[in-house]
Design a protein around this ligand. Structure first.
Ligand code: ADP
Length: 405
């Protein structure tokens, strides 16, 4: 996979991005629960293009989850038509349909009595895949979601952190390689830094696989970050706006959307820009085993007060201050789990979060394979924002000049 500077969102159709997803279409879909006075979903019509991520967002009780669950028939619509890849979902056996649609919910909802491997293999087993094919697929998926197969395959859910359980949940949703994946607040139950990582991984996976993904969220920043399009709903699953994150921020369709997106929409622009758009600061690096005194000399010459230490595979493992290296000898540091790095695919919003929690007022940036890319600091972010503002002004001026002449 090659990293590109291009955002994976927005008008990505027409690019050479690989698409394995299919279109989902909802026409005049209504859901009235028994005994309910007004319908939970009044009349929803919507096309989710193949290979895109659509984020459903809106106030609690507006009908997001009901709408999502009608797509895989966990809830049956009262009326209306839903097609997936042009095929009416009612024409299919509901159980068989659900095996062809990935489903990921908050916390992963793993079976506690099954190992990680068996949890992931639930659908392949129902589909009667051979033992070998299933085992190979489990390995592949654990790799994909960043869990080392040898270490995690045979563990039970209780032996995993919340973030790891959620990763297994994502792997399970992808197990049978479904063209469509439905997600309901998938990252709602984990801490902010883990959530950021999981989101970045989901973007990486999506860039590789090109599924059609419908995802319910209550977090507007998450919707902006992950969505090719955002569907903003009000009560009764009434569509207030359905558009790209850029357009929702730049031109909210009405007061409801403007209120929902929030007054800080300039700040929300930070969720539209990615770390890989920033100018990286070339930092002094050293490898485990290098001479500490020599590394200190290089850092001092470059005006740096700390050194990024990389392992043999070029992964950052520590970021010690020079005073901790002055003892001399060979640099001898074990991999530190608590070193927080910033994924290239993260948003500038995430970058600020990460930097605020770091004692270095900066962050080490890594690529999708955890390899070292560079360092960014607050100034990298402000410089980038200023240059964006300047080019937006220029574009505005050019448009004004154009209309004047
Ligand atoms: P959201 O996901 O946006 O929070 P839901 O789709 O869960 O909203 O719910 C939409 C409306 O339908 C709410 O008013 C909710 O109380 C109602 N509702 C949801 N599930 C049921 C159910 N099983 N029976 C009756 N009413 C329900």
């Amino acid at each position: 996979m090659t990293e590109s500077i291009e955002k994976p969102t927005g008008t990505s159709n027409g690019s050479d991005r690989h698409i394995s997803g299919v279109e989902i279409d909802l026409r005049d879909v209504v859901k009235k629960y028994p005994g309910q006075k007004t319908a939970a979903v009044e009349s929803l019509s919507l096309t989710v293009p193949a290979g895109e991520v659509v984020m459903f967002i809106g106030p609690s009780g507006c009908g997001k989850t009901t709408s999502l669950k009608m797509i895989n028939r966990l809830i049956e619509p009262t009326s209306g038509t839903i097609t997936i890849g042009g095929e009416d979902v009612r024409g299919r056996d509901a159980d068989e349909l659900r095996r062809t649609i990935g489903y990921v919910i908050q916390g992963g909802s793993l079976f506690p009595h099954l190992t990680v491997a068996d949890n992931i293999a639930v659908v392949p087993k129902l589909l009667k895949w051979s033992k070998q094919r299933t085992a190979d697929r489990v390995e592949e998926l654990l790799d994909l979601v960043g869990l080392e197969p040898g270490r995690y395959r045979d563990r039970y859910p209780r032996e995993l952190s919340g973030g790891q359980q959620q990763r297994v949940g994502v792997a399970r949703g992808l197990a049978a390689d479904p063209p469509v994946v439905l997600m309901d607040e998938p990252f709602g139950a984990v801490d902010p830094i883990t959530r950021q990582r999981l989101q970045d991984e989901m973007l990486g996976i999506q860039r590789e696989l090109g599924k059609t993904i419908v995802c319910v969220t209550h977090d507007i920043d998450e919707a902006i970050k992950l969505g090719d399009r955002i569907l903003i709903l009000s009560e009764g699953a009434h569509v207030e706006q359905y558009d790209t994150p850029e357009n929702v921020l730049a031109a909210p369709a009405n007061d409801f959307v403007a209120d929902f997106v929030g007054a800080g929409s300039t700040l929300k622009q930070l969720s539209l820009s990615r770390v890989d758009e920033l100018q990286m600061l070339p930092w002094t690096t050293a490898r485990v085993g290098d001479d500490a005194a020599e590394a200190v000399r290089r850092a001092e010459a470059a005006g740096h007060d700390c050194v990024v230490v990389l392992d043999a595979r070029n992964r950052p493992i520590a970021w010690p201050w020079l005073r901790n290296l002055r003892r001399g000898g060979a640099i001898d540091i074990a991999r530190r789990d608590e070193l927080i790095t910033l994924d290239q695919r993260a948003t500038l919003n995430d970058a600020l979060d990460t930097m605020l929690s770091s004692s270095h007022a900066g962050a080490i940036v890594t690529d999708a394979r955890d390899n070292y890319v560079g360092v960014v600091d607050f100034e990298s972010v402000t410089t980038h924002i200023r240059s964006q503002e300047a080019s937006a002004k220029e574009a505005q001026q050019a448009r004004a000049d154009g209309t004047a002449s």
